[in-house]
Design a protein around this ligand. Structure first.
Ligand SMILES: [Zn+2]
Ligand SMILES: [Zn+2]
Length: 305
């Protein structure tokens, strides 16, 4: 089990079907939860897939087509009824604040907690979130209204203490702190062990990218260069290419092309049009271009490593 993972709550597109809910995902990074998009019915999916809100402090909404945010007001209200007190940060296109404030106003709802709005328009050149180990950024995609993708990137870590050093010398806390800060160690016999000898190289940083509704564009691969896991919408198969062009969506082969151009390790496709009962056709088309292509399945958790 990885400490960096993504659970799919919804992988359908605009019209829900008995099989698919509209888009929503939960990214979990070392105990912190982040929601991406929140289509209608996301609350019920949270319950069904046993997801809790305790560690959810950030929601990112890619764009304002209803299948990506109609579930929000339900969750916002439920958190109020659950007596949430800590703030909830919502990163979304600017006009979403107007919509949600109106919904809360007409029902005279005064939330117990602070709902904090951040306009994605203001984050073109700064991260949405950054702490000592993780950074989250947004980047523009190409659709009929403004839309952003999201990139979760681990920061470069330091060298790691070698377990065999701990087992062999049982160093005290002060010694460990000094090694973490780049120091060496003097053994009880007076032998000096250099930092590089008692530590291992840093693990390569891991990353996940979410590409919401978008037509194919060459820039996307630049934004998500080298990601371990790439989610990219693929609303249509090859026979629906004209529809993809008309509605500014992607085909499975185009999603795979982005994965290939980006040098991604693995691709998950989703946002399936309601016209497909069987999805195998989509993933087969993707695999012709990029072998490591998979369907995103609701309720499944995907490791990022
Ligand atoms: Zn959509
Ligand atoms: Zn859309």
């Amino acid at each position: 089990m990885s400490d960096f993972q993504m659970t799919v709550l919804g992988s359908g597109s605009a019209v829900p079907t008995s099989e698919h809910n509209p888009t929503s995902q939960i990214v979990l990074y070392k105990g912190k939860q982040f929601m991406i998009d929140c289509g209608e019915g996301t609350q019920m999916r949270m319950i069904r897939f046993k997801q809790k809100y305790r560690n959810l402090d950030h929601i990112f909404v890619s764009h304002l087509h209803g299948d990506h945010y109609y579930g929000l007001i339900g969750i916002i209200n439920s958190l109020h009824l659950m007596r949430r007190e800590k703030p909830l940060k919502l990163f979304a296109p600017k006009s979403l604040e107007k919509v949600l404030r109106l919904q809360l106003d007409v029902s005279n709802t005064r939330l117990n907690y602070s709902l904090q709005f951040y306009a994605l328009e203001d984050y073109n050149d700064k991260p949405l979130f950054s702490d000592h180990e993780l950074v989250i950024e947004c980047f523009p995609l190409k659709h009929s209204i403004p839309v952003w993708g999201f990139l979760f990137r681990e920061k470069e870590g330091g060298r790691r203490i070698d377990k065999t050093f701990i087992e062999q010398f049982n160093p005290d806390i002060e010694d460990i702190k000094s090694v973490v800060q780049g120091g060496g160690f003097i053994t009880p016999k007076g032998e000096v062990l250099a930092h590089e000898i008692i530590t291992l190289p840093a693990k390569p940083p891991r990353s996940y990218a979410f590409c919401s509704d978008t037509a194919y564009q060459t820039m996307t691969a630049e934004y998500v260069k080298g990601v371990d896991l790439l989610y990219h919408e693929s609303t249509f198969d090859q026979s629906g290419k004209h529809l993809a062009e008309k509605t500014l969506h992607s085909t499975a082969a185009q999603a795979a092309r982005v994965a290939m151009e980006a040098g991604a390790k693995k691709l998950l496709i989703g946002h399936y049009s309601a016209r497909y009962n069987e999805l195998e056709l989509l993933v087969e088309e993707a695999r012709e271009v990029f072998a490591e292509s998979y369907l995103s399945i609701e309720g499944e958790t995907y490791m990022i490593d």
